[in-house]
Ligand binder design. Structure first.
Ligand code: ATP
Length: 463
């Protein structure tokens, strides 16, 4: 395919073959992997193009193979080396729009674990001019863990290109650094703001600006202010291509998102499709707080069949549970924002490598973290609105978006997974009912006193 005068990909009369011939000997797609459910999944997205005249259902806006996208052959090699045989649904719809010229903004929504990262990483890598030692693309994420994971995708996909990368995360660069010239910088908003303000990063050539977990990054009262500060330090004319991705875009953020990324092409999910089919949701009716701990311990065998993540409301709860379980001879780790940068990196790396099977944490890693072996998520405490961002209100409504992201740490890319909510009183019960109502999916009860039944139900759900 080649781009027409308007910047859209159109099939060439004779050129399609030409591209294939040029590319195939260097880069062959790998055979489709075992988990191809997602590649053939049927969830619906609504595509709205900034150009109202264009038909979003035209094949021009969807790519059935990576080859059709006219990518640099070195990038195609990187994609295939990662084992990606063909684009996932969101990649199929988003990539032709993201790569078209002139560049257009994008607000893209697709469920957890469906391959959004590759879509924006490929866009950044495609737009960088490697011959210039200047920062040309920046990407912001809400946690250092996620920034590091995104960077690993940039490095892996860009393996056959000369791309240079740098982090904008706490304690990573020497304090007296004066210049960063890496093509792509990935980080968190506070450190990115600092590097831009001190002109360590020269923003003049930045042409792609990505927000992963965009609804979280734009949430006022949370990270929104810092993210806006970053945007205000970027070129205005022309402004960089702004790309917002998330599995959730609550209405109150959507309005701001539309201003932040004006005239964007949009990909939206239907409300009832917010969480993936592969995640089976359960709950356990506990007697009180202490009983929650006992149940968690009794689940240990099941939690360690694969890997699991236990979400708590407070850092101190995560630490306390981890200490108690460790003292009782179980192998678990805890991770939260009160640990220092080096500790956090070591803990998540060790969990990623499978050295610990159970990770007890807070909302800090509720979003984006992609560890395929995680087949169970436990909401030890349900997520509440009052934990959002910097808010410390008494708002005890359930935080539906965070719930969707938390359970989305399992069931990645068409895999099966289980989530279990612990409820222990009337209030938590009501909160869970509210979640069930909004998501329109049944949350199934598991008896807390029948371990065999529990095991059987869970193993069945994972089959
Ligand atoms: N085309 C593809 N073929 C095979 N695997 C893929 C493809 N695209 C992505 N993946 C894999 O799918 C997994 C999930 O992708 P990714 O982390 O980008 O999801 P996401 O949509 O960003 O999820 P979240 O909303 O939780 O951040 C990753 O392990 C990734 O390597």
């Amino acid at each position: 395919m080649e781009k027409d005068a308007d910047g859209f990909y159109t099939p060439k009369a004779d050129g399609t073959e030409e591209v294939k011939e040029e590319v195939k000997p260097i880069a062959e797609p790998p055979p489709e992997s075992a988990s191809t459910d997602l590649l053939s999944s049927t969830f619906e997205v609504t595509v709205t193009l900034a150009d109202q005249q264009a038909d979003p259902n035209s094949p021009l806006y969807s790519a059935k193979s990576f080859e059709e996208l006219g990518l640099n052959p070195d990038l195609l090699k990187g994609i295939y080396a990662l084992g990606f045989s063909k684009p996932s649904k969101i990649q199929e719809r988003a990539l032709p729009l993201l790569l078209a010229n002139p560049p257009q903004n994008m607000i893209g929504q697709s469920q957890s674990g469906t391959g959004k990262t590759a879509a924006f990483v490929l866009t950044m890598l495609s737009r960088v001019d490697f011959s210039k030692n200047k920062t040309q693309a920046i990407c912001l994420a809400p946690s250092r863990e996620l920034a590091r994971q995104i960077m690993s995708v940039v490095v892996a996909m860009g393996k056959f290109t000369p791309v240079q990368t740098e982090y904008a995360i706490k304690d990573n660069l020497p304090k007296d650094v004066t210049r960063v010239t890496a093509h792509i910088v990935v980080g968190t908003p506070g450190t990115m703001t600092d590097l831009l303000r001190r002109k360590v990063i020269d923003s003049s050539e930045i042409k792609v600006f990505v927000l992963d977990e965009a609804d979280n990054m734009l949430d006022q009262g949370g990270l929104g202010e810092q993210t806006l500060r970053v945007k205000n330090m970027l070129p205005r004319n022309p402004a960089p291509q702004t790309i917002l991705f998330s599995a959730t875009f609550p209405d109150h953020v959507r309005t701001f998102a539309n201003k932040f990324a004006p005239n964007a092409n949009k990909i939206e999910l239907q409300k009832e499709e917010l969480s993936v089919e592969g995640i089976r949701q359960f709950y356990m009716d506990c007697r009180n707080e202490d009983h929650k701990y006992d149940i968690l311990v009794s689940l240990y065998q099941l939690l360690t069949i694969g890997q699991s993540i236990i979400f708590c409301e407070h850092r101190h709860t995560a630490d306390r549970i981890a200490q108690r379980m460790t003292a009782e001879g179980h192998k678990v780790a805890s991770l939260h924002g009160a640990k220092n940068a080096a500790e956090r990196d070591a803990i998540i790396d060790s969990f990623r490598e499978g050295r610990e099977k159970v990770l007890i944490t807070t909302n800090v890693i509720a979003r984006g973290i992609d560890i395929l072996q995680v087949n169970m998520v436990v909401n030890y405490d349900l997520p509440l609105m009052n934990e959002r961002g910097n808010q410390h209100s008494n708002d005890s409504r359930p935080d539906i978006e965070t719930y969707i992201h938390r359970i989305g740490r399992t069931g990645r890319f068409g895999r099966k997974g289980i989530s279990i909510n612990f409820v222990h009183d009337r209030r938590t019960w009501q909160q869970m009912e509210e979640i069930e109502k909004v998501l329109g999916k049944k949350i199934i009860r598991i008896e807390t006193n029948d371990l065999d039944e529990m095991e059987e139900k869970m193993k069945k759900a994972l089959k």
